[in-house]
Structure formats: structure tokens, C-alpha cells
Design a protein around this ligand. Sequence first.
Ligand SMILES: NC(=O)N[C@@H](CC(=O)O)C(=O)O
Ligand SMILES: [Zn+2]
Ligand SMILES: [Zn+2]
Length: 420
Amino acid sequence: MNKIIKNVRINGHLSAIVIEDGRIAGVGASVAAWPGAEIIDAKGLTALPGLVDVHVHFREPGLTEKETIRSGSAAAAAGGFTTVLAMPNVLPVVDQEGRLKEQLALNEEKGLVKVGQIAAITEDLTSNRLTKLAELKAIGAAAFSNDGHGIQEAQTMLTALTAVKKVNGLLTVHLEDNGLANGGVVDPKAGERLGLKGLTALSESTQLARDIELVRATQARYHVAHVSSKQSVDLIRQAKLAGLPITAEVSPHHLFLDESMVQADDPNYKMNPPLRSKEDRQALIAGLLDGTIDLIASDHAPHTADDKAGSMADCAFGIVGLETTFALVYEHFVASGLVDLETAVAWLNQKPIEAFGLQNAGQLRAGDPADLVLIDEKTTFTIDPKDFHSKGKNTPFAGQKVHGLVVTTFVNGEAVFSKD
Ligand SMILES: NC(=O)N[C@@H](CC(=O)O)C(=O)O
Ligand SMILES: [Zn+2]
Ligand SMILES: [Zn+2]
């Protein structure tokens, strides 16, 4: 059935959205009625294009006690996300054609939102044997990544980038030099204070410096996942000035937290890469504002309560993010007056769509899939993990008061989440 959403705020003006056969048929103040359409009164709520997250971990198959495609995609919908890209570090790893076909079928069957799939770039995420990129891309891999692991050998990265270029693909990288990381769990400064092993930011930036030379040589499309340090921002800025095909993402926790806020040995603050210094955080914000960093991605990394129990010394790395990202971005960037809503939304819709060349995600334009979200900009609410649809409850943002409440999320014109 066709729908018309009326009394909806778009770019500050009251407007209406017509949805026909799952697509946006029209947007505009003059669209008052549409024959035979179901009328939805948005009562002045703000409409945004459905948000896009290019970095999530749904743990199915193999680790479903942490998350399933159903629970993860319910979290996405509740967070205003209509398209997400899932990382391949499930069990078994998505590193061969049969696995990818099976994973795409599972994502389609169980996903409440559009769940795209990233395939591994090497077998098992840690070997030096490349996966079959051409075949994986033809089957539907959205990109390639060994997220969770850095690529240790320059030679492996060179062959990976050469192969990525050949298939006109995209590599999204987790930067981590195992020798420099040396089993660390927090930034060295926090480590000193708390008696925990430090993980130096050089582990990220030295590998990035190496990779930039390899991107210069191969001209392959290269995307930096979860940038955490000033050095990395500076390297990406220079690489972009040199015209290299590099994009980058930053996670909300690296934008809104720093190591000085880790006051105790608390697993809610353990993620990879770890929170860095105040100066690093300021450089990440500056990098996002000047376009060096293209977009925001949650790195939603759910774990069980058991996996996140005890000390940061040995609990799992990772926190959830799908249900807090939009509100945190809204609160810290939009409500604070730093940027307008359109700029913030671009980091969560247009920029990820462009960086990953996504074909099936809507941007709230006539003809696009009707992927959209209705937001309440006025109501203050408190982040409470008890409200999460995700099985993962670990977040350092619990108790924070924020704005930017997701009220309804539509995928292809169908409501997949409604706040009761
Ligand atoms: N970010 C994390 O701390 N953890 C991720 C892996 C990753 O994104 O590197 C996970 O899969 O749990
Ligand atoms: Zn990672
Ligand atoms: Zn990740």
C-alpha cells in the first residue's frame, strides 16, 4: 500500500513524503493527498534518510550468544540505521565463496534492515593467503576486510591492494602492528595510571604510513576503520592532498571519550583501538570537520556479560554502538551548535554510501528506496542499556542525557521499528 507521511519536518520546513511501492515517490510541502494512500501523521517529527553504518559486528553464525542477525538488526533499526555492513569475523569466517553465499542468505532472511556483508581479504583473517576477490565481489561482497586483525606483512598488504585494484574493490583496514601492540589493552597513559598493559598509538600509525606508500603504488581504494590518533589523521590528510583514493571513518567513542575518562579498570571502556589522549580526540573532531575523516561508523561490537566481566586485562575488546551513535552525534555536534543537522546526517548517510559505493541505500530523494527515520529533536532521554535491542549491553555512555530520539524507522517503506 502507498503511504503519505504528512506534517514531517525536512531541512527545517514542514513537508510531506509520498511512498509508492517501497520507494520515495515525492517529497514536498505541496504533496497534500495521494489517492488511496495510508496517511501517517508525523506530528512535526523530523525526517532523515535512513542511517548507514559501514562497520558492525553481528555474531551469527558461531557466536550467537553475543548477538544474532535478528538482535543486531533490531538494534540497528532502533538506532535509525537502515543499512549496515557486517564484518566477516564470525565463525566460520566469511572467507570463501560458499560461506559468503550462505551469509548473504542469512543476512537477507534474518535482517530487519539491509545487512550487507564484508568478506575477509585473507583466509582466516590472519593468514597471508588472499581470498578469491573476483568471485567474492561477483557474489556480493560489499568490501574486503580482516577487521579485528592488522595485516602484519607489507608483502601481504601489497598483494591484497593489487588484487583489490584489479577487481575495483575496496579494502577497509583495521590497523594494528602486533609487535608494537604487544598485548596492550588501553592507551599507555591510562595503562600507567591503572596498572594495565599499554597499547601504543604507533601500532596504528606506523602501519598506516606503510599502507599509504602501498596505496600510492597500487592506487587501490583503501578505507581506514576506526581511526584513533592525531598521527593517523595527519597521515590521512596528507594522503588525500596527494590525491590518493583513501577514505576514513571514526567511531563515536573515539570522538566523545578520551583516555583521561577511564577512571577505573572498567570493561565498558575497553575497545580496539583504545581511547587515546585529549589531543588525539580533538584531532579526530577537527579531521571530521575538515573532511579528512569522511564518516562516522559505530564499530558495534557486542559481547556477553561474561566476556566483558572482570578486568580490562583479559575481558573482550569491544562495545555496542548502534543504539547510541545517532543520539551522541546529535547531542555533541548538532544540539551543541557545532554543525547543522544536514552535515551530521551526511556523516551517517551520504558519505558512507559514497565511500562504499552502496547501490541500495536511500537518501530521501524521489526515486530512492524509502529508507527513512523519524526523529524527535526535543525530548531529552537517558541512555540505558536495559532499553537496548542488542544482546550486548556494554557501553561507556550509560546514564548520559541526550537528544535525538529515534521514533520510527522505515526500510523500503515498511516500519521496522516504532518507539512505543
Ligand atoms: N572493536 C573491537 O574492540 N572489537 C571488534 C573487533 C574490531 O573491530 O577490531 C570485535 O569484533 O569485537
Ligand atoms: Zn577493528
Ligand atoms: Zn570492528
